[in-house]
Write a protein that binds this ligand. Structure first.
Ligand code: ZN
Ligand code: ZN
Length: 305
């Protein structure tokens, strides 16, 4: 018997009960229901007081850091539990961000009438400690980048440019595709990239050598990726059928995938990130973070420490 959880009613019910409990359709216009076979179940929604969230990452201490579309709150840090929000104003619009360590993040910003650049921000001091001085890399505001061991890896067109934290170019990795998002798995020392329109997940080493490529013909778009505690890659994607938004999990050898979160709703679904401390998944939807907890009934066979 298939069971769903209605987030809004906060109850589990079988397919027959859905209609009885939700009998008055006008009173329950858009209740969010998820099948209990999903590996992660929506546990709470946290509305952040911003216009929208551009990018969202976990800091190693479990705080979330986000770039937003609200003036004066270009960068914010907050916790899911206590909601202790801190605003860090930047002197330009903020876009993608990458975490260096608990205290330092790099943010792609665009000041008025200027090309995008990167601000290195000290979270504790709540200020920019350095602007990366670089006019050579043709950054776009949506250019994805990551920090690996004191180096920045910027994906621009069909290459990744590696710089030190001051923006001095060290080397360039040639690719056969244009990455839309990047992730780094520290344990396996692998870089993961997604091609948005081709719906392929690429696994490469730090020199750009291809380890595997995983195509998903059932997806229409790949949006964002994150890596779980077991080295599996979670990809936020739009499926071809009904344009439904879901999360697929691709194993760390690129052999198989499964859908782990279904029925993600809302306009402006921007990104996904994994919290290794709590095994939970966070998805940013406009001005809200949706927190999904591991569904132990489905996942108990997985081998987590
Ligand atoms: Zn309901
Ligand atoms: Zn029932």
């Amino acid at each position: 018997m298939s069971v769903v959880k209605c987030f809004d009613c906060n109850i589990n019910m079988c397919n027959e009960c859905i209609c009885i409990i939700h009998n008055d359709a006008s009173r329950n216009p858009i209740h969010l229901m998820q099948p209990f076979s999903d590996s992660y179940i929506l546990n709470c929604k946290l509305r952040v007081e911003v216009l929208w969230l551009n990018d969202l990452k976990y800091l190693p201490n479990g705080l979330l850091v986000a770039s937003t579309g609200t003036h004066g709150k270009e960068l914010i840090t907050f916790s899911v539990n206590e909601n202790q929000k801190q605003d860090i104003p930047l002197s330009g619009d903020s876009f993608r961000l990458a975490v260096k360590d608990e205290n330092t993040v790099a943010v792609l910003i665009r000041m008025l009438n200027k090309k995008p650049s990167v601000a290195i921000v000290d979270i504790t001091q709540r200020k920019v400690i350095r602007y990366m001085n670089n006019t050579i890399i043709p950054l776009q505001s949506y250019s994805p980048f990551i920090v690996i061991e004191n180096h920045l890896f910027f994906a621009v067109n069909t290459s990744i440019t590696v710089t030190d934290m001051s923006g001095n170019i060290q080397r360039r990795i040639k690719l056969s595709f244009t990455p839309y998002d990047l992730g780094y798995d520290v344990a396996s020392r692998r870089i993961y990239c997604i091609d948005r329109d081709d719906c392929r997940l690429y696994c490469i080493d730090k020199d750009g050598n291809n380890i595997f490529t995983f195509p998903d013909p059932e997806s229409a778009n790949f949006h964002s990726l994150t890596i779980d505690n077991n080295g599996n890659v979670l990809v936020l994607c739009t499926k071809r059928d009904h344009n439904s938004v879901c999360v697929i999990k691709v194993d760390s050898v690129g052999k198989s995938s499964e859908v782990v979160i279904t029925n993600i709703q809302g306009p402006n679904i921007s990104c996904i990130c994994f919290n290794p401390l709590t095994n939970s998944v966070v998805i940013a939807v406009k001005d809200t973070v949706n927190i999904y907890k591991r569904n132990e009934q489905v996942c108990s066979s997985d081998n987590y420490d």
